[in-house]
Design a protein around this ligand. Structure first.
Ligand code: ZN
Length: 490
């Protein structure tokens, strides 16, 4: 009997393993059915020239607007006029705020809501002391070793120029949109929480004119070429359907102060430290979100066969390993609202007891939580009436855009056909983009840049040696052309 039971158990295990192996073999990227789309012309030479010249315009945004060199934005606009004459002749062009641009390409059917392609013209500065680290200077737009080098090459002059390039080429080919196409470029996306943000100014301008949009396409998601020997060698893409919110709280403790030679048991800093530890020890609960499941599944489907034997169970494994995953900071950041104590302040001098101690805590808020939830959480965790809690500022997380829309399907279909890859996965963007400022005009907001690059190159954005591979540019324009044809064409 015992032997029989053993045999039965072994057979069951064998069947399970065989079943898993079959599942793993079939666990391949899902494709979106694409309509047959014509080949597209791309003037790659003009695109490269324009992108290099655009990088030479030092459109660095500054929180103090008087320190921004607006002539550089003017130079960029002149460049667009010179390179894209048909676009400037056919589309209505206007400036909003300091240097925002709205291009409107009137469609033939006014009953259809326009689509918008948005972006930002500004770039982050290059620290003076880091200049020498650059292989090619950041504002020269040099071409070398198969790359265009410089600030903005991947974030996001490549995208901005690519959109204009696609419209110019469509115009040269005599294309007229049925649905109106609106292109909006802001000028201070890189600044956190500036009161003079360009994107809300642009979206408000459109709202005041009674414009409602079908959808918005901005940066935020990417196509990554992953190459880890024996694990994965494939392209994987994500479309940002939401972005986290952001807020800063100040927590503080007041005290008498006095001479440091006669200290109390706990100074204001000591009291505050307990509150800081309470916050760090009581994190927001971690969740395996639907978006997390989808992105992990998408990656798993692209892995090579031995890895896929485990990968094909990714969804269930995520739940099993939730506590372990939540202990890895980059993974935890996609699972919860994060708490980061970033700044502290006490007494101004070593021999003086502090009369006030403060700590600034930065929270990145998951969609589903709000700034009010964060405040409630802080009050629940710090059970000390002597600790004052003050909101310094922030913005709520964005809405979560629907995934079963024609815009989302168009992005997927173009990607599958053009880049020979599986469907991109929806995900929550960790940083902030201009896209959230368009929520007043549509709920269909997607963050995606159609340029194939390695994670290493993508990471150069905002860093030293920012650069873009020249060979990914052509398909970027093909993507935008097809996007406009599919969503705004006949
Ligand atoms: Zn950007």
């Amino acid at each position: 009997m015992k032997k029989k039971a053993k045999i039965a158990a072994l057979s069951a295990a064998g069947l399970l393993l065989a079943g898993n192996a079959v599942k793993a073999v079939r666990y391949r990227p899902i494709k979106e059915q694409a309509p047959s789309l014509p080949d597209e012309n791309v003037n790659t030479e003009r695109y490269i020239e324009t992108l290099c010249e655009a990088i030479r315009c030092k459109t660095v945004s500054n929180t103090d607007e008087t320190l921004t060199d607006w002539d550089e934005f003017e130079k960029l606009h002149k460049l667009f006029e010179k390179k894209y004459p048909l676009l400037h002749k056919t589309l209505s062009v206007r400036t909003v705020g300091k240097a925002g641009l709205i291009f409107t390409w009137q469609g033939t059917d006014e009953t259809l809501k326009p689509i918008a392609l948005i972006g930002h013209q500004d770039v982050v500065p290059v620290q003076e002391e880091k200049l020498a680290d650059w292989t090619h200077p950041p504002f020269e737009g040099e071409i070398a070793d198969g790359f265009i080098w410089g600030r903005g090459a991947t974030d996001m002059k490549n995208h901005v120029v690519g959109v204009l390039e696609s419209v110019e080429t469509l115009l040269e080919e005599g294309f007229t949109p049925k649905r109106t196409v609106i292109i909006c470029f802001g000028y201070n996306e890189e600044l956190l929480d500036t009161e003079a943000a360009a994107a809300p100014l642009i979206s408000k301008t459109l709202e005041n004119e009674g414009v409602m949009l079908e959808s918005v396409l901005d940066e935020g998601g990417a196509i990554l070429e992953l190459d880890v020997p024996h694990v994965i060698k494939n392209k994987v893409a994500g479309i940002g359907i939401a972005e986290k919110g952001y807020c800063d709280f100040e927590i503080s403790v007041d005290a008498k102060g006095g001479h440091s030679s006669t200290p109390p048991k706990h100074s204001a800093v000591g009291e505050l430290s307990k509150a800081v530890l309470d916050l760090e020890n009581h994190q927001f609960p971690a969740k395996v979100t639907q978006e997390m499941k989808m992105i992990v599944e998408t990656i798993a489907r692209n892995t090579e066969l031995p890895v896929r034997l485990i990968g094909c169970n990714a969804r269930s494994l995520l739940s099993v390993f939730k506590p372990a995953l939540a202990s890895i900071p980059p993974v935890a950041s996609v699972m919860r609202t994060t708490t980061a104590v970033t700044m502290t302040n006490g007494s101004p001098q070593a021999n003086v007891l502090p009369q006030k101690a403060t700590a600034t805590v930065n929270f990145r808020i998951m969609p589903g939580n709000s700034i009010a939830d964060v405040e409630k959480h802080i009050r629940r965790v710090i059970r000390n009436k002597d600790v004052k809690i003050k909101l310094l500022g922030g913005n709520e997380p964005s809405i979560v855009s629907p995934t079963d829309t024609s815009t989302m399907k168009a992005i997927s279909a173009i990607c599958c056909g053009l880049f020979d890859m599986g469907k991109p996965a929806p995900f929550v963007v960790m940083g902030a983009t201009d896209a959230r400022h368009y929520q007043n005009l549509t709920e269909q907001i997607y963050r995606f840049s159609p340029f194939v690059m390695s994670p290493e190159i993508l990471m150069t954005a905002h860093g030293t040696d920012e650069r873009i591979p020249i060979d990914c540019l052509e398909n970027g324009v093909v993507f935008f052309k097809r996007y406009i044809r599919m969503l705004a064409g006949e």
